[in-house]
Design a protein around this ligand. Structure first.
Ligand SMILES: Cc1cc2nc3c(=O)[nH]c(=O)nc-3n(C[C@H](O)[C@H](O)[C@H](O)COP(=O)(O)O)c2cc1C
Length: 367
């Protein structure tokens, strides 16, 4: 039977357990997007806390795709050296680390990129304004930017990369008929909407080969009327599987005001029944797809994590907010204290991050 603390191998990555730290924007990068000492220390804390696989926050692959302040960047070769120390320290603790590479598309922050955001189509999004439709050349440039970002991550020593195609950022916008109204080969059918992520995957593989870890984060559902759906997620996962992806992390929703559900839902999770936002999507995925599934969203207790793995509904358990509150949660669980995380999913961790102070849990006494 599969167990939470099994050693596993995904591509060349040997993982010491099935716990993943989901990508988390910490707002701790230097103003140019390079890695800071504070970030190195945070990653070290997570590694000491026995997280098997750490995924960095989303790092922008092009300065026109920056989403937030003090966000990590990987848009230039000059940034490579800033990551070397972080990767080494994590490896010394026996954990693996991959970089999430991203472009925010229409969700890019105008005040940071100082131009009109780009998207698959020109649409008005409440809270974001109107984005401009990408030209074909801009699409080709984006493929190259993702490819170069992956090469830089490899040079910095990362074990792999995760393509950010979830949460209403650029690649998720391309997948979603709500955002993507294009009439060319990048819009329309699901094959066309998935074309960009598949071209990015192939471009990265052609440069870095099959040995380098290439993962992706996908929405299981946009939770937007006319958006990307669960059945499309299964179709896209099958395309990614055939194209050689190493693992798929399923999430859902966006932070845009058009969505019914944010990717980080607010509200305390008091019972096991309320945990696991995307359980149904995981079931659908497992019926058709063989590539390892990393599931994120609302997983809060050891018992539920254990059941998900033992019943083979998921291969890896991914956590975000619980590890902001308790970076040593996995170590605690492993040591036998299997009490549920004290994170109450209030999202107040966004407050200091957005204010440029860097992430921390602001809630002092819980339970
Ligand atoms: C402060 C904060 C920052 C986040 N940053 C990212 C990010 O950079 N990339 C990403 O894919 N998801 C990001 N997320 C979403 C999480 O990775 C995760 O999908 C979501 O919070 C649900 O998991 P949870 O219930 O364990 O928190 C962020 C969430 C929070 C709360």
């Amino acid at each position: 039977m599969k167990k939470l603390f099994d050693k596993t191998k995904t591509n060349q990555m040997e993982l010491k357990n099935r716990f993943v730290r989901s990508a988390t924007w910490e707002g701790l990068a230097n103003p140019d997007g390079s890695c800071s000492v504070k970030l190195v220390n945070l990653m070290l804390e997570l590694a000491k806390g026995q997280v098997g696989l750490i995924i960095t926050s989303h790092a922008y692959i092009n300065q026109k795709g920056q989403a937030g302040i003090r966000q990590l960047g990987i848009y230039s070769d000059q940034l490579i050296s800033s990551y070397i120390e972080m990767v080494k320290k994590v490896h010394r603790e026996g954990s693996k680390i991959i970089m999430q590479i991203a472009h925010a598309g229409c969700r890019s922050a105008v005040q940071l990129i100082k131009s009109q955001p780009l998207g698959p189509s020109s649409i008005e999004i409440k809270g974001c304004g109107r984005c401009r439709e990408m030209t074909k050349n801009e699409i080709f440039q984006t493929i190259e930017d993702f490819q170069k970002a992956a090469v830089r991550a490899k040079k910095a020593g990362f074990d792999g990369i995760q393509i950010h195609a979830a949460h209403g950022y650029l690649l998720s916008q391309f997948l979603s008929p709500f955002f993507n109204k294009r009439k060319d080969e990048y819009g329309g059918s699901i094959e066309n909407r998935a074309r960009l992520i598949l071209e990015i995957l192939r471009a990265i593989r052609s440069e870095l080969g099959k040995q380098f870890g290439v993962l992706i984060k996908l929405n299981s559902d946009d939770f937007i009327e006319g958006g990307f759906t669960q059945s499309e997620m299964v179709q896209v996962s099958a395309m990614l599987e055939s194209a050689g992806i190493d693992a798929i992390e399923l999430s859902g929703g966006t932070s845009l005001q058009v969505s019914n559900h944010s990717f980080s839902r607010v509200g305390e999770i008091d019972s096991k029944e309320e945990e696991v936002y995307y359980r149904d999507a995981a079931k659908l995925y497992k019926e058709k797809i063989v590539v390892p599934l990393i599931l994120v969203g609302g997983i809060r207790s050891y018992e539920v994590a254990k059941e998900l793995v033992e019943k083979e509904l998921v291969d890896y358990i991914s956590l975000c907010r619980p590890l902001i509150r308790e970076p040593d949660l996995i170590k605690r669980w492993q040591s036998g204290n299997t009490e549920r995380t004290t994170c109450i999913s209030c999202n107040k961790c966004f407050v200091p991050t957005r204010a440029g102070k860097g992430i921390y849990c602001v809630v002092e006494n819980q339970r």
